[in-house]
Design a protein around this ligand. Structure first.
Ligand code: NDP
Ligand code: GDR
Length: 372
């Protein structure tokens, strides 16, 4: 069966081996946490990096500012293109223009709680957006030339069926986000099997950093800890503090993404630390970084976190942060990635927490310079 490229007329890209002698990456979601770290990694490896950015009335390229600045001081191989995963024509146009050798699909409505309120949009971007990008590659006739990375997630596991969770654990998503990512996972597998594409799923467990979006729980906590320690905020309001997550550092995880695209054959891999911690432990560790210790009192919605030294309530529970269906426990088994990719996370839970608190203390003291 011929590729839909016939619609565009034949383009000779040379053999896949010749084509892949160049190192050109295209990243959707480049303005996000992972996109910014992956861009740094690929530029350091000598890649030409192209990113898809969305037009927004407010500033959305803060995590890339240092790379734009570099470009004006000395020429770099970093380019951005306006686009959106809901716009097929635009994706075909960008692919035809850029002719990447590797495509990293990181773009997504990535907030689980928000996905319950914007379920259709989340499905459009996270599920159909992945299909659009895969089809755009085929439309350009590049399905044998491009290596494709799909940002799959531990949210696919959802309700605990087995623990720790590995590449063979059955999926049971618990949110519109998880369900949309399930479609994206399987369409990636399907395009690999149907069209011989080099397409991989990275099933990544939670990974954080000082560049984490401000409404995800770790960053929300470290920002509040910074502001409370500096007397700028009184109390932190949270939802389910008993949920457990396998938290790593985003810098380690983007290295794993790249390694997945350097194998002889495309496969799916879990990236995780193999440790799990409840949200309440992250709260305790974060406060400890500013020399505050927390004592818990009460239960359920009435539970509070008290600063032992002053006796002040600094953490309260707010019903509005609970989800209609929760993922209670995530704990990954990264053995396959360690064996086949030689990948191991380097940054510990404690070091991650410390780095995030230090960055937020600095940002709180100098709010103009630090707008991540
Ligand atoms: P972020 O939320 O920080 O970044 C998401 C990116 O997607 C942003 O660049 C955003 O653009 C972009 N985006 C959103 N909607 C669209 C759209 N319609 N078209 C094109 N781009 C869009 O996510 P992370 O960096 O944390 O995560 C990267 C990917 O990995 C996501 O797909 C996420 O679901 C997945 N993932 C993340 C994990 C984590 O723990 N961080 C774990 C497992 C998977 P804008 O800046 O304009 O909003
Ligand atoms: P998650 O991350 O849903 O795991 O998805 P998030 O940090 O939002 O939640 C982690 C856990 O903390 C609980 N929680 C709260 N969460 C938020 N955001 N705000 C709160 O106030 C709060 N209080 C308690 C949550 O209920 C949850 O159990 C992230 C995203 O990056 C996804 O895109 C990615 O796929 C998964 O990680 C792996």
């Amino acid at each position: 069966m011929s590729a839909p490229l016939a619609l565009l007329g034949k383009v000779d890209y040379g053999t896949p081996e010749e084509y892949r002698k160049r190192k050109v990456a295209l990243i959707s979601g480049i303005t996000g946490q992972d996109g910014s770290y992956l861009t740094e990694l690929l530029l350091a490896k000598g890649y030409e990096v192209h990113g898809i950015i969305r037009r927004s009335s407010s500033f959305n390229t803060g995590r890339l500012t240092h790379l734009y600045a570099d470009q004006h001081e000395r020429p770099t191989k970093f380019y951005t293109h306006y686009g959106d995963l809901t716009d097929s024509t635009n994706l075909v146009y960008i692919l035809a223009q850029v002719k990447p050798t590797e495509v990293y699909n990181l773009g997504a409505q990535s907030h689980v709680k928000v996905s319950f309120e914007m379920a259709e949009y989340t499905g459009d971007v996270d599920a159909l957006g992945t299909l659009r990008l895969l089809d755009a590659i085929r439309t350009c006739g590049l399905e044998k030339h491009i290596r494709f990375y799909q940002a799959s997630t531990s949210e696919l596991y959802g309700k605990v069926v087995e623990s720790p969770q590995s590449e063979t654990t059955p999926f049971y998503p618990r949110s519109p986000y998880g369900a949309a990512k399930l479609y994206a996972y399987w369409i990636t597998v399907n395009y690999r099997e149907a069209y011989g594409m080099y397409a991989c799923n990275g099933i990544l467990f939670n990974h954080e950093s000082p560049r984490r979006g401000r409404t995800f729980v770790t960053r929300k906590i470290t920002r509040a800890v910074a502001d409370i320690s500096l007397g700028k905020q009184k109390c932190l309001f949270l939802g389910n503090i008993d949920a457990k997550r396998d938290w790593g550092h985003a810098r380690d995880y983007v290295e794993g993404m790249w390694r997945m695209l350097q194998q002889d054959e495309a496969e799916d891999f879990v990236l995780a630390t193999g440790e799990t911690h409840p949200v309440r432990e992250f709260v305790e560790k974060a406060f400890a970084c500013v020399n505050m210790s927390i004592r818990w009192e009460g239960s359920g919605l009435e539970e509070v976190g008290i600063d032992v030294q002053t006796g002040r309530v600094v953490v309260r529970i707010d019903e509005k942060y609970f989800r209609p269906a929760e993922v209670e426990l995530l704990l990954g088994n990264p053995a396959k990635a360690e064996k086949k990719l030689g990948w191991k996370p380097k940054i510990t839970f404690e070091a991650l927490c410390k780095e995030m608190v230090a960055a937020d203390v600095e940002a709180s003291q100098n709010p103009i310079e630090n707008q991540n």
